[in-house]
Design a protein around this ligand. Structure first.
Ligand code: FAD
Length: 314
């Protein structure tokens, strides 16, 4: 239907360098990007964190960037995470994992030809070390399906030294229910999301209802398991199901958490925190917002209209 056409076009735009160059040059007003992105600088991410703390929300911070084919850039990204963790720690925002960081391995070297996976592992290890020293932890974002095995193997390596390193699993992939079983062990932090990339039928469910059904099957595995599930969704139905399954499995408030993206359903974020559950907000910052925003546009026509109106009124 028309929704699918829009979604597929936007996901195609997320990957197109020509479209990217055009949109990045357009005079997008800061207010448009600002609803979903904290700002360009570390200080922006720190201030948004402090603001969300006032309503008892936890955060995970993502320095925007992906698919780096430049070793020096991968190292600069790593160093930005180290400075971010130091700045958060200085403000007392990392204690007990209040603020943690989310890292895309492709931003720290995974897609470099040859030894990309090793470069990404080394960079991620440095970030995990800094996070541990600051009293917090790291979650490895999950990217397109060609990277899943590599990301899970880097995760396994990191967990040897940093057992609290979190994983992300995407319900739209056929393989994910099995991955949930593998990762539902004691101490294992797993963020379950639907998945945000354009994936072929051979590996991923295409219809929303099939993705949702898979999400519920995965929730059942994770919530019945021994790990620490992180329910990442804005979908009211799935959030209700997660809550019911948590009660059914006798889960305490501190044995799992809910996660949403900055700027999406902020009222619901506060309600979840107010009822005593852990609510963590994913805060992206940095000037590489293009791919991130295009994926948000693809998810919801209302987001696209908000963005286009901003472009038009600038
Ligand atoms: P959708 O099917 O997009 O939306 C379902 C319903 O949610 C909508 O019908 C509506 O009721 C409500 N909703 C959605 N958006 C809005 C809005 N703007 N305003 C009001 N209501 C809204 N994806 C990855 O591939 N890899 C990752 O590592 C990853 N990390 C993530 C981390 C976090 C914390 C979160 C929240 C998401 C992450 N994602 C990641 C993105 C995820 O895969 C989805 O693309 C995204 O969350 C949208 O899916 P949804 O579950 O919210 O459901």
């Amino acid at each position: 239907d028309a929704g699918d056409v829009l979604r597929n076009s936007l996901l195609w735009m997320a990957d197109s360098s020509t479209v990217r160059a055009t949109i990045e040059k357009a005079p997008v007003s800061r207010s448009v990007v600002k609803r979903f992105v904290a700002g360009d600088a570390i200080d922006d991410a720190v201030s948004v964190t402090a603001e969300l703390r006032q309503t008892n929300r936890m955060v995970t911070i993502d320095y925007l960037g992906e698919d780096t084919l430049d070793l020096a850039l991968a190292e600069r990204t790593r160093d930005t995470y180290l400075r971010l963790l130091a700045a958060l720690s200085d403000r007392g925002l990392t204690e007990g994992g209040t603020a943690e960081v989310s890292v895309k391995l492709s931003a720290v070297g995974q897609s470099l030809p040859g030894d990309g996976e090793r470069v990404a592992l080394d960079n991620a290890r440095a970030i995990c070390e800094a996070a541990r020293d600051a009293g917090t932890t790291v979650t490895l974002d999950m990217e397109d399906h060609t990277t899943t095995d590599s990301t899970l193997s880097v995760l396994a390596e990191l967990r040897k030294d940093f057992p609290s390193t979190g994983a992300v699993l995407q319900a739209y992939l056929h393989r994910t229910e099995g991955d949930c079983r593998d990762l539902a062990y004691e101490g294992s932090r797993v963020r379950l999301c639907k998945g945000a990339y354009k994936e072929p039928e051979s590996v991923a469910y295409q219809a929303k209802e099939d993705v949702d059904k898979s999400y519920v099957r995965c929730l059942k595995v994770l919530l019945a398991g021994a790990g620490y599930p992180m329910v990442a969704s804005h979908d009211p139905r799935l959030l209700e199901i997660a809550r019911a399954l948590a009660a059914h499995n006798g889960r305490s408030h501190d044995s799992m958490e809910y996660q949403m993206l900055l700027g999406i359903r902020p009222g619901e974020q506060r309600r979840i925190a107010d009822r005593g559950d852990t609510m963590r907000v994913y805060i992206p910052f940095g000037d590489e917002w293009y791919g991130y925003l295009m994926r948000r546009m693809a998810e919801k026509p209302a987001n696209t209209m908000f963005f286009l109106r901003g472009l038009a009124t600038k």
